[in-house]
Design a protein around this ligand. Structure first.
Ligand code: FE2
Length: 213
């Protein structure tokens, strides 16, 4: 199955309006302050985890029912979160999660909730064992086809400069918009772009971490 799935207008406007409303009606989530990375001490995200009985009979359940048949192998939802991202996550994989049913990482699904001049950048480099890019650098040679300085400075200038030499671009996704269905294999290193330089409010999306059955 494709490493990256990107479908425009996959969800109706009406469903996205209800999804926005349902997620905004939840109690607030927990703040994640960067403990040691590029944003040390700053608020990166507010994440509201959703549990099964909160989803039943809601727009979230409708979204889940629409996306699960898109995966060719059986897919389990390991994690479901409403994310408000204030600062871009640094480069990472989502291979390793605390809450995992099968220990077989499959897809990371992003359901954008609004139109924002921000995109996800996916690299060719991957790890099925760990999330940290620092570990990848310790265990691997520099890339033969590193990210160009132009692209790095345009989208990734918040990252550590030297990371560029170990990374090559797999895909720069289009700017996020409500209605899009975005999924990519959890093993790929990826990052948000430097949207914080263009945006005053947070970037909002539903994130679904999927395990392979
Ligand atoms: Fe991620």
């Amino acid at each position: 199955m494709d490493d990256i799935i990107f479908k425009e207008n996959f969800f109706s406007k009406e469903l996205m309006e209800r999804l926005n409303h349902d997620l905004e009606s939840l109690s607030s989530g927990s703040n994640f302050v960067d403990p040691a990375g590029i944003w040390v001490g700053q608020l990166i995200a507010n994440q509201r985890r959703l549990v099964r009985n909160e989803v039943f009979d809601t727009s979230v359940k409708e979204v889940i029912d629409l996306i699960l048949p898109e995966f060719d192998l059986g897919a389990f939802i390991a994690e479901l979160s409403y994310v408000k991202l204030y600062l871009p996550w640094d480069i990472h994989t989502d291979s390793n999660r605390q809450q995992s049913f099968t220990q077989r990482p499959y897809y990371n699904v992003l359901i954008p909730l609004h139109s924002v001049d921000s995109r996800t950048i996916i690299f060719n480099e991957a790890s099925e064992e760990f999330n940290e890019f620092s570990k990848f650098k310790e265990q691997n040679q520099k890339s033969n086809n590193p990210v160009s300085l132009d692209i790095w400075n345009k989208y990734l200038d918040m990252c550590w400069d030297h990371d560029r030499e170990w990374l090559s671009i797999k895909e720069i996704l289009p700017a996020q918009d409500a209605g899009q269905f975005i999924a990519f294999k959890r093993k790929f290193f990826h990052s948000s772009d430097n949207f914080h330089k263009r945006l005053s409010g947070p970037k909002r999306f539903l994130q679904i971490i999927v395990d392979q059955a």
